[in-house]
Structures are given as structure tokens and as C-alpha cells.
Design a protein around this ligand. Structure first.
Ligand code: NAP
Length: 262
């Protein structure tokens, strides 16, 4: 039976780069995002270039009813998945009370709820079919609190800890779980999060989505628990462990305040 890789957030940035890297390795794909035209173009290009089957499904993962409909479709469908890449995610920034609640709710629905439900449904199917692999996209933001982007940092801390927890739980049923923690990456993320990324553009810290995807695919091949692309990001992810928490709060608050318009 043909097996597929399901990738959320595959219409741009890191998810798109993951789709290309995995198609190059001969994997059949199902791509998820909201923008139909982008998905259509990507599916046809990847099929032409790599001769793999690339399907797509338009879904707003932040809409509870649409997410439930999609989950039902997956549960009732015949398609089998051997890899799930949960990459869709959004950020918001600014003082918590100055931000619209609807945007915070969206972030929680996409970054946390949709990711967890897809792990629940597809991970369970993988366990029944005898194995599979899950890659959840967190961030180096998940390693410490992030004032002025508190909801985003906390959502990524959730993804990080949830994924590591699941990895241990699912070891017994043959489902391997890895978590990807990129640092700043050149994508549309900064624009949609309303961050002033121009100031970061020339930073040595910025990676390309393709570099991040390559590190992710290599990490998956080695079944790494935690995949942090780039030595600078590994350093940034480790540093908070050696700081008192008051210092981490102050430091990351100052950094975020610098990049958030307010
Ligand atoms: N860029 C960075 O510096 C960075 C660093 C660390 C972690 N990350 C994480 O990497 C992941 C990918 O982000 P990116 O940097 O590649 O940003 P991006 O280019 O903005 O990609 C975000 C993807 O998520 C999809 N998406 C957004 N809202 C959605 C929704 N409601 N329903 C379905 N799909 C939705 C978007 O597709 P549509 O708009 O077509 O729906 C797009 O494909 C995110 O989880 C982000 O937190 C990014």
C-alpha cells in the first residue's frame, strides 16, 4: 500500500522546504495549508521534478470546525501515513493586552490544538499499522519565557515538552517522535507575526528555510529527539539553562521589545 507524508504549513517557508527535501527523497506527500493556488503550484512542481505523488488539502487549522472535519476525514479515509510533519504555526507580538484576543486564540488553535490533534489521530493510526515518524516544529523560543511574545514562546515550550513526552510514551508502539527547534529563519513568519524583521536581515543568526529543512531531514533519518539547526542556535537553546530565570525573563523581554513595534 502507498504510504504518504502529511505536511502542515507546506505552502511556504520551512514547510515548503521540507516538502521539497522529502519529495527529493522519493516520498509521496499530502500538503496542508490555506492557500489553494500556492498548494496547487507546489504539488504540480514537485510531481514534475521528482516523479512522486503530491496531493494537497486546503484547510484552515485555526478553525475548530474545519479542523474537526479534516480529522474525521483522516479517521474515515484509507490513506496511510508513515511521516507527519506538523509545521504550520504563527506568531504574534506586542503587549499582551494590546493584542486582539482572536489572534491569541488563533495562535493557540494552530500552534497547539491542531498539532496535538494531528499527533493524536495520525500517531494512533501509525501505532496500529506498526510504526511511523512524527516531526513537530517548535523553536528555540521554547527554551525560555518570551515577554512581548509570551503566547508564542509558551506555545513553542508546549510543542517542545509535548513532543519529548510523546517520544518516550510512543517508543513502545514503534512511533518515533522528533522535535525541530529552528532559530531565526528567512520566511514570511516575521511579516505575519508583525515583527520588524528588517533589523534581523543581515544577522549571522538568520538561516534559510532550505538549510533548516536539510538539518530536519538528516535528524529524522538519525531518529534524533531534538533537532536544532546551526551551532549558534544550539548555543542559544542551551544558554538559558545556565542563567537565573529572572535574567532570562529580562534578556528575552529586552530582545523581543526591540523587534516588536509598539
Ligand atoms: N521563521 C522563523 O524564524 C522560525 C523560527 C522558529 C520556528 N519557526 C516555526 O516554523 C514553522 C513554520 O513557519 P515559517 O517560518 O515557515 O513561516 P511561514 O513561511 O509563515 O509558514 C507558515 C505556514 O503555516 C501555514 N499556516 C498558517 N496559518 C495556518 C492556518 N490557520 N491553517 C493552516 N495552515 C496555516 C501557512 O500557510 P497558509 O498561509 O497558506 O495557510 C504557511 O504554510 C512555524 O511553526 C514557526 O513557528 C519559524
Amino acid at each position: 500500500m502507498t504510504r504518504y507524508t502529511l505536511i502542515t504549513g507546506a505552502s511556504s517557508g520551512i514547510g515548503l522546504a521540507m516538502a521539497e527535501a522529502l519529495a527529493r527523497r522519493g516520498r509521496n506527500l499530502v500538503l496542508i495549508a490555506r492557500h489553494r493556488e500556492a498548494l496547487e503550484a507546489i504539488a504540480s512542481e514537485l510531481t514534475q521534478r521528482f516523479g512522486v505523488e503530491v496531493l494537497f488539502r486546503v484547510c484552515d487549522l485555526g478553525e475548530p470546525l474545519r479542523l474537526s472535519g479534516f480529522i474525521l476525514e483522516l479517521e474515515q479515509g484509507e490513506r496511510q501515513f508513515d511521516l507527519l510533519v506538523n509545521c504550520a504555526g504563527i506568531g504574534t507580538c506586542g503587549p499582551f493586552f494590546a493584542q486582539e484576543w482572536a489572534d491569541q486564540q488563533d495562535l493557540i488553535d494552530i500552534n497547539i490544538t491542531a498539532l496535538s490533534r494531528l499527533c493524536h489521530t495520525i500517531g494512533n493510526a501509525m501505532a496500529l499499522q506498526g510504526g511511523g515518524q512524527i516531526l513537530n516544529v517548535a523553536s528555540i523560543a521554547g527554551f525560555q519565557p518570551g515577554p512581548w511574545m509570551s503566547t508564542y514562546y509558551a506555545s513553542k515550550a508546549y510543542v517542545l515538552h509535548f513532543s519529548e513526552g510523546l517520544r518516550e510514551e510512543l517508543r513502545g508502539v514503534g512511533v518515533k517522535v522528533s522535535v525541530l527547534c529552528p532559530g531565526p529563519t528567512r520566511t514570511a513568519f516575521f511579516r505575519t507575526a508583525n515583527l520588524e524583521a528588517g533589523r534581523l536581515d543581515n544577522s549571522k543568526l538568520m538561516m534559510n528555510a532550505e538549510e533548516v529543512a536539510l538539518a530536519a531531514v538528516r535528524g529524522l533519518e538519525r531518529n534524533r529527539a531534538l533537532i536544532i539547526p546551526g551551532w549558534q542556535n544550539r548555543l542559544l537553546a542551551t544558554a538559558p539553562r545556565f542563567m537565573p530565570r529572572w535574567l532570562a525573563r529580562k534578556l528575552y523581554g529586552a530582545i523581543n521589545k526591540h523587534y516588536c513595534p509598539h
